[in-house]
Design a protein around this ligand. Structure first.
Ligand SMILES: *Cc1c(COP(=O)(O)O)cnc(C)c1O
Length: 361
């Protein structure tokens, strides 16, 4: 594609080219409406079809039964950090949190600001969040247990989810939602800011189970109350129409072009393997995450020194590969290879890494 770059940005991130083309082609006149999708009413039949089709596709892809509700909420994943304790923790009750990095830390911080009781059940802070804790003993009396399924900044990911018994598990899946099949029976709620794996910024997808809605506190502002969204099909006020529309198209791409989440996972595994193989093949590149905790979405690595890392990022850009700088809080390099990153893009990066190592190693 002319003028397109290989995009390894962490978020907002790459979207499937066919989705961008469809947006472009229908932009001035959406489905015969004579208006752009950003100009139609959210109460129109067009938008009704968009949001309902998006929800149905999400339900099919994740095999959700009728216990689950798909909601679209503004404020990003970060707003969920406060909505979760606000909605579910009444005075005197406690929630478990597993701290696996920057985003978990922020989720915990918001609960504490609200003066809620949190129990840090496990943490990988002792080794700079380079691994996912195992054999965690969750507190039986907790209202929920919160984890971050993929740690976008540290490059670690839960390969399987912990058993929390009767305590509902809540997961921030912002950076790996729809990247693999999911057994939703383990979860009371999951949420994902759209801009990593499923769409543009401006909306957070929340999937919540019936019994969680029964826990919702009744003294909350409407916009911070989950039942406001579940009772109005996420249209109590104007939803982020364009973001929801793009999610609909990405879900259609996942179903029709990719063929579902099993296929998506196979592609994602192949992409990650291409990069980790280069990293592990010598001592020039060093993965920052422990082997059994490595993310399939965000591949984090270091080079022998910071000057070399700068040069690597610069030369990669000159070769048409963008977004390889690690998060400002940790440095190093990071290749975000979300669903829409193509095998072709990742092969190009793997080849570039080999060439760079030969030259400088
Ligand atoms: C990016 C990210 C967030 C923050 O998302 P916003 O939509 O910017 O609030 C939270 N959690 C994880 C795991 C992320 O990757």
């Amino acid at each position: 594609m002319e003028n397109r770059i290989y995009n390894f940005n962490a978020g907002p991130a790459v979207l499937p080219i066919s989705v961008l083309e469809e947006i472009r082609d229908s932009f001035l006149n959406y489905d015969g409406s004579g208006m752009s999708v950003t100009e139609i009413s959210h109460r129109s039949k067009w938008f009704d079809n968009i949001i309902n089709d998006a929800i149905e596709r999400i339900e099919r892809l994740l095999k959700l039964d009728e216990q689950f509700h798909v909601l679209f909420i503004q404020g990003g994943a970060s707003m969920q950090f406060c909505m979760i304790p606000m909605n579910f923790l009444k005075k005197g009750t406690v929630a478990d949190y597993v701290n696996t990095g920057t985003w978990s830390t922020k989720a915990i911080k918001e609960a504490i600001i609200l003066d809620k009781k949190v129990n840090i059940t496990a943490s990988s802070e002792d080794k700079k969040f380079s691994y996912i804790p195992r054999n965690i003993q969750f507190n039986k009396d907790s209202v929920y247990a919160h984890i971050t399924s993929n740690n976008t900044i540290k490059g670690t990911q839960w390969t399987s989810f912990p058993d929390t018994g009767d305590v509902p598990l809540i997961a921030d899946m912002s950076s790996d939602i729809m990247s693999r099949p999911l057994d939703m029976s383990k979860f009371g709620m999951i949420y994902a800011g759209a801009q990593k794996n499923i769409g543009p910024a401006g909306v957070c997808m929340v999937i919540i189970r019936d019994d969680m809605l029964e826990l919702v506190q009744d003294d909350l502002p409407s916009m911070l109350n989950y039942t406001t969204y579940s009772s109005k099909n996420s249209m109590y006020n104007t939803p982020p129409c364009f973001a929801v529309y793009t999610i609909q198209l990405v879900m259609k791409w996942l179903e029709k072009d990719i063929g579902g989440l099993k296929n998506m996972e196979a592609i994602n595994r192949k992409k990650a393997e291409l990069l980790y193989t280069v990293i592990d093949s010598g001592s020039f590149y060093k993965a920052t995450a422990e082997t059994d905790s490595r993310s399939l979405m965000n591949v984090t690595f270091r080079l022998p020194n910071e000057d070399m890392e700068k040069l690597f990022i610069q030369e990669a850009l000159e070769n048409g590969m963008a977004g390889l700088k690690g998060h400002r809080s940790v440095g190093g390099c990071r290749a975000s290879i979300y669903n829409a990153a193509t095998i072709e893009a990742v092969e190009a990066l793997a080849d570039f890494m080999k060439t760079f190592e030969k030259k400088k190693g």
